[in-house]
Each structure stands twice: as C-alpha cells, then as structure tokens.
Design a binder for this molecule. Structure first.
Ligand SMILES: Nc1ncnc2c1ncn2[C@@H]1O[C@H](COP(=O)(O)OP(=O)(O)OP(=O)(O)O)[C@@H](O)[C@H]1O
Ligand SMILES: N[C@@H](CCO)C(=O)O
Length: 352
C-alpha cells in the first residue's frame, strides 16, 4: 500500500532590523509539498517525478537534481546511504511564498526537502539534526530555524573554526552551494535556537515589491568589516528586541527604536527604491498602531510590525513605492499572522 506525505513550511522574515543572520519570525504564508508513493511506476535514477502549481513557480527547475527541494532531499538521503528515493514518488509543490522577496522562500524549500527525505526514507531525524542538514545548504540559521520550529526564533551557528560549522556565505546563492557538490555529512549540533515570546496582538504588514532581489546579491552589498560603534548599536537594540516583542502590551517606541539597524539595511538601500524614505518617515507617533519597520530578510519586502490600523500602515508604505521614479514600484500587500507552529509533515496511508 502507498503513502501520502503532506509537508507545510511557513514563510519567514529574517533579521527584524538589528538581528542580522540571528532572528526570524514565521508567518502565515506557506510552501506545501505533497508526495505520493507510486508503487506501480517504473523506477528511475532518482525515483522522483516533480510538478508545481501556483504563481510562485515560474522558472523553477523540475529536474530533481537541480530543484532546491528535491536536491536537498536527495542530499540528506545520500548522507544516510540512500542513492535515491526508496520507491517511485510523485512530488507536487504548491508554493505560496514569493521567490526572492525576503520572505524565506529558499529557507522553506530547504526545510521542506529535509522533511521530505526524513519522511520517505524513514530516517527518524530529530528536529535538531534536521536543522544541521538545513544549515549545510543555507548557511545562515535565521530563516531555516524559524521555518522549522515556528514563532519568533533566535539562533546561532557554532564557531566555524573550532566546531566545523559551514562558513557563513556572503556571496553564494543557496542554489549554487549544493550544485557545487555534496556538502558532506553535517557535524552534529551546528545550529542552536531559542523560541522567544511574541505578543499575540502583533501582526505583520508585508509590502512586497513586484521584483526579485536575490539574497546573494543583497549579501554581496555588505561590507567586509564594521565600525565598533555600529556593532554596539545593533547589539543594544537586539538585546531589547528579544524581550520587547513578548510583552503582553507592546511598547511602540521601545520596539520602534529596537528595530533600527546599522549592519545591513544601510548597505542595501540602493537595491530597494523607497526604502530610505520608508525607514526615515513612519514612526509610532505619525502612524498609530505601528510598532516597528524593517527590511524583511534580504529584501525587497518591507515588514511592519503593528497592533492596529494595518491597512492604513500598508497604504502609507505602498504610497512611497508608488511615488518612486519611472512609474513607481508595483507592490502587493499581505497582512500576515506570526504563527507559532513551524514545519509539519503528516503521513497518510493510501486506500487500497
Ligand atoms: N519552492 C521552491 N522550489 C524550488 N526552489 C525554490 C523554491 N523557493 C525558493 N527557491 C529557490 O530559492 C531562490 C530564492 O532564494 P533567495 O535566498 O534569493 O530569496 P528568498 O529566500 O526568497 O529571500 P530571503 O532569503 O531574503 O528571505 C529562488 O530563486 C529559487 O532558486
Ligand atoms: N539574514 C539573511 C536573510 C536572508 O536569507 C540576510 O539578510 O542576508
């Protein structure tokens, strides 16, 4: 008898201002992957037939060795001695997370691939071990940790020099890392995370420009070193932010200031028309309900955390994009919840 595996992975917003490569929030927008065993299908070198539906799939490769989800799954299986899926399977992807917009699409794809391998190979990996595999593909933990465990998550990698973690990439795209070759069996426990409190009153206003910005390009814009005062600026804010979002009644100005950043946003301004004005203009006094505003992940999406007046906040941010030169920047608005559940995988036995 065959089985069906249904995997859901949330979108994530990384950094939340000062927490570059550290913080992630999981959001109510999902990548869904469904895999059916096809016991009567002819075995193939990978045993995978891949198909996509939905709008966020154009241009994505269907070759199982090139696609990020199945490539990740094949990598995990190969580390544990399986050259391919144990039996022929049709894998169907319904992706609601826009690609290259700073909402963790690649992190979700990697997490889905690891969960898929764990399920079809009956590998019995712990959540901690699954994170190790994710980190061999996506070398910064913020998106994958939040996508895997859900909620407001802080994470770190162990020291690369002493404990064998993959070096944090600054220029390589997630796609190029695994295509370069097999990243190898991960050392144990290379990433650690902690779920933090987040008030249920807080929702996420996501303003998504209709252009892609590859994370690799946005990371290539960062400097090789920082001024001590800028690092201290971020550390001060990050320490406050970790607790400020969890208070039952959020303090708007405390959070607003705690979401400022001098480590990545200033260097990415030129990549997102409108970002300088958006970050400089709106605050809790002139925009009631607003708690804080930042670039989501590597951008170009703007993430505003708020407790009220969500549509008004969205309209103000979108108006800035509309006013940009050469006809403005087209945007899509999504009001998202911060979800406490991370990635899930459910197995059901097919009826005979
Ligand atoms: N569902 C998916 N299936 C296959 N590949 C995907 C999928 N989602 C993302 N990818 C790959 O990841 C790339 C986007 O990754 P990238 O890191 O540039 O942006 P992002 O993850 O959306 O943003 P951020 O990391 O800033 O949150 C896509 O161009 C595609 O190659
Ligand atoms: N922390 C990462 C998130 C994007 O994947 C960055 O800002 O580059």
């Amino acid at each position: 008898m065959g089985s069906t595996y249904t995997i859901s992975v949330p979108a994530t917003s990384a950094n939340i201002g000062p927490g570059f490569d550290v913080m992630g929030l999981s959001l109510s927008l999902y990548l869904h992957v469904t895999a059916h065993t096809s016991p009567t299908a002819t075995p193939s070198p990978t045993n995978i037939t891949l198909a996509y539906t939905g709008s966020n799939s154009s241009g994505l490769p269907l070759d199982p060795h090139a696609n990020l989800i199945t490539r990740t799954a094949l990598y995990v299986l190969s580390c544990l001695g399986h050259a391919r899926f144990p039996q022929p399977m049709s894998v169907h992807v319904d992706n609601r997370i826009p690609l290259g917009r700073g909402l963790g699409s690649s992190g979700a794809a990697v997490v889905a691939g690891v969960l898929l391998a764990n399920a079809v190979g009956r590998l019995g990996l712990s959540q901690q071990r699954m994170l190790d595999y994710c980190l061999m593909i996506e070398h910064h933990p913020d998106n994958v940790a939040a996508a895997l465990v859900g909620g407001f998550v802080a994470s770190y990698l162990v020291d690369v020099d002493r404990e064998g973690a993959p070096e944090s990439e600054t220029t390589a795209a997630p796609d190029t890392i695994a295509e370069d070759g097999h990243p190898g069996v991960p050392p144990e426990n290379i990433g650690h995370f902690l779920r933090l409190g987040c008030s249920p009153k807080i929702r996420a206003v996501a303003i998504i420009p209709q252009f892609e910005l590859a994370t690799a390009k946005a990371r290539a814009a960062l400097p090789p070193s920082y001024k001590t005062s800028d690092v201290v600026f971020n550390l001060q804010r990050l320490a406050v932010l970790t607790t400020a979002l969890g208070r039952e009644t959020p303090d708007p100005w405390l959070i607003y200031r705690a979401m400022e950043d001098k480590v990545h946003q200033p260097y990415r301004m030129h990549l997102i028309p409108g970002l300088p004005e958006i970050l400089a203009t709106f605050n809790p006094d002139n925009t009631p309900g607003l708690l804080g505003i930042c670039l989501s992940g590597a951008g170009p999406t703007i993430l505003a955390l708020a407790i009220d007046n969500f549509d008004e906040i969205a309209a103000k941010i979108r108006a800035v994009f509309d006013r940009q030169p050469d006809g403005g920047v087209e945007t899509v608005y999504k009001l998202l919840d911060i979800v406490s559940e991370g990635a899930t995988c459910i197995e059901t036995a097919d009826e005979e």
